[in-house]
Design a protein around this ligand. Structure first.
Ligand SMILES: [Mg+2]
Length: 287
């Protein structure tokens, strides 16, 4: 119908004395093919493995404080760390103290609060004071906000403040406005880090990318192929760093894109299990 109308219109135009020929029909350029969403190649024993936690290793829950790592996951991480000669680190927005609780009794190399604090494979802690005093006013205001808007939850990590709205998505606009206003008052040294149903106030200069770079300059990570698995916006700096250094970036789920893809934490667990299974298969069999 559209084509017929257009032809009639063109004929009328010519009869009226307008000799300009009708415009050629537009040809829509073919869309480029969607980026491939392939599972990463098998984890190799010469990798330096970096793992986000929530939404990557463990399913997201409405209440992050209620998240638990089961005994099988703890045992699997312990075994992978051994296979990689210690070149395994958790890289998370949570604090190191919380991550140690979550995976007890395991104490891995770890970067917490998006790289603000870091513990190397040798156990040395690289971090400033546990509390950022500049955040005190913001802390009090956000606590008051959680009383005004029930369901918002403040996670005080000491040197960063995360305002979660997963249980009450209707407060997203209010949560974003509050943290944005506080960051403006804190000045240019701070910024808002958006995540999965959370807005976080943190100092600039620390990201998961800077944390992975610091690990990769130290034994036992140095000289190995960096591999990073993550699931949301806070992981993009890590993806960019490993991609730029010959490594593998792996997006878990559909919130962000990376070079490789796994659908969910269950698939991550299976993929990690592959290294253990391959190692067991290649081990000499008892006679
Ligand atoms: Mg995550």
């Amino acid at each position: 119908m559209w084509l017929v109308t257009r032809r009639r219109s063109a004929r009328k135009s010519i009869r009226r004395g307008n000799q300009r020929p009708p415009a050629a029909p537009r040809v829509r350029a073919p869309r480029p093919p969607a980026a491939p969403r392939s599972a990463p190649p098998a984890l190799r024993a010469d990798a330096a493995l970096f793992l986000d936690v929530d939404g990557t290793l463990l399913d997201l829950t409405n209440d992050p404080a209620a998240t638990r790592a089961d005994a099988h996951m703890v045992a699997l991480l312990s075994e992978i760390a051994e296979r990689l000669h210690g070149a395994l680190a958790l890289v998370s927005g949570r604090s190191i103290a919380r991550l140690d609780d979550l995976f007890a009794p395991l104490r891995l190399a770890v970067a917490g609060q998006h790289g603000i604090e870091r513990r190397g494979a040798d156990g040395r802690l690289h971090a400033g004071p546990p509390i950022d005093a500049c955040l005190e006013a913001a802390r009090l205001e956000l606590e008051a906000l959680t009383r005004t808007l029930p369901g918002l939850r403040l996670e005080d990590k000491g040197r960063s403040l995360a305002l979660h709205f997963r249980q009450t998505p209707q407060w997203q606009t209010e949560a974003q406005a509050a943290v944005s206003s506080l960051v403006r008052r804190l000045g240019p040294e701070y910024h808002v880090q958006p995540g999965s149903m959370v807005f976080e106030i943190k100092a600039r200069g620390h990201t998961k990318g800077t944390a992975i770079a610091a690990f990769c300059a130290e034994p036992p990570f140095v000289g190995r192929t960096p591999v990073f698995l993550g699931d949301d916006l806070t992981d993009l700096d890590g993806f960019n760093w490993v991609d730029a250094h010959g490594g593998l970036s792996v997006a878990v789920g559909d919130r962000v894109q990376a070079r490789w893809h796994l659908p969910d934490p269950r698939a991550v667990r299976d993929w990690l299990q592959g290294l253990v299974a391959a190692d067991a298969a290649s081990a000499p069999q008892p006679l």
